[in-house]
Design a protein around this ligand. Structure first.
Ligand code: G3H
Ligand code: 13P
Ligand code: NA
Ligand code: ZN
Length: 307
């Protein structure tokens, strides 16, 4: 069935692990992720961005997720990633999503609160949970680019007021991660002190970590080896993600690693089989690469297998 994150997060918080939230854009990605979660008996969040909805047409992704639930029997949360407005959130809630993110992190504090509060009222009336964000991540999303100068860490002194006035169910914080495949210029650094302070101020409250791909070096190498060019790609080291998963962080967002797995597998297949032209020939290894990568995240990074 489609489920909210309420029970998932309670168990994750108590169990010292995190649930993976994977971005989905097409059938092969959904299949690769859900097959991995089924084999590892893991809780699962599938998230759809506004860009993904525009790409696939809203109805297709929802129907594909429904198909995955029917096929695997897994309880899955269907979540809107980075909702940009009340209207986008409402549209997803009306569509059957069980969770939405309202991303007002670029707004002044009071406006972020007002917007999140409005979404929470509508969402909770419909049995849907809400994630919001305080602080700004650097990096690239479909329609939004945030430069490193415009990014900012979450200010712990704001979190209590934000959560109590909005009624949100989880909170994404900015501690130095960013979206995309180029997260750090030099050494990776995250502000775990901010995470600790936030979780001290909000005991038992689920925290979300965006920009949490590790930008798997093997995939970057494979892409570069087979005709791609991604010099300097770098993600969050897995040990930092393990540390986050043991903490109040209950949801870890992964998109770039799916993109890299898929692209690496397709590039390799294309290079090694230049005469293939049936999409199934290169999408099969792409789907398998996603499945294996997600299994690794579930078992070796998030610790949510068997939960
Ligand atoms: O946070 C952004 C996610 O990676 C989704 O990216 O907006 O390009 O679909 P997108
Ligand atoms: P990555 O780019 O690190 O995969 O982050 C994904 C994300 O935060 C989606 O909201
Ligand atoms: Na956790
Ligand atoms: Zn994000």
């Amino acid at each position: 069935p489609l489920v909210t994150t309420t029970e998932m997060f309670k168990k994750a918080y108590a169990g010292g692990y995190a649930v993976g939230a994977f971005n989905v854009n097409n059938m092969e990605i959904i299949q690769g992720i859900t097959e991995a979660a089924k084999e590892e008996n893991a809780p699962l969040i599938l998230q759809v961005s506004k860009g993904a909805r525009n790409y696939a047409n809203p109805i297709y992704l929802r129907k594909l997720v429904e198909a995955a639930i029917e096929d695997t029997g897994l309880p899955i949360c269907l979540h809107l990633d980075h909702g940009d407005s009340f209207e986008t959130c409402k549209s997803c809630i009306d569509d059957g999503f069980t969770s939405v993110m309202i991303d007002g992190s670029h707004l002044p504090f009071e406006e972020n609160i007002a917007l999140a509060k409005r979404v929470v009222e509508y969402a909770h009336d419909h049995g849907v949970v809400v994630e919001a964000e305080l602080g700004r991540l650097a990096g690239v999303e479909d329609e939004i680019k945030v430069s490193a100068e415009d990014s900012s860490y979450t200010q712990p002194e704001e979190v209590n007021e934000f959560v109590s006035r909005t009624g949100v169910d989880s909170l994404a914080i900015a501690i130095g991660t960013s979206h995309g495949a180029y997260k750090f210029k030099g050494e990776a650094k995250l502000r775990f002190d901010i995470l600790e302070e936030v979780s001290r101020l909000l005991p038992g409250f689920p925290i979300v970590l965006h920009g949490a791909s590790s930008v798997v070096p093997e995939f970057v190498e494979m892409i570069n080896q087979y005709g791609g060019s991604m010099p300097g790609a770098q993600g969050v080291p897995e040990d930092m993600l393990r540390q986050a998963a043991r903490s109040a962080v209950c949801k870890i967002n992964i998109d770039s690693d799916l993109r890299l797995a898929m692209t690496a597998a397709i590039r390799k297949h294309m290079a090694e089989h230049p005469s293939d032209f049936d999409p199934r020939q290169y999408l099969s290894p792409a789907r398998t690469a996603i499945k294996e990568m997600v299994k690794h995240k579930i078992v070796d990074v998030l610790g949510c297998n068997g939960q």
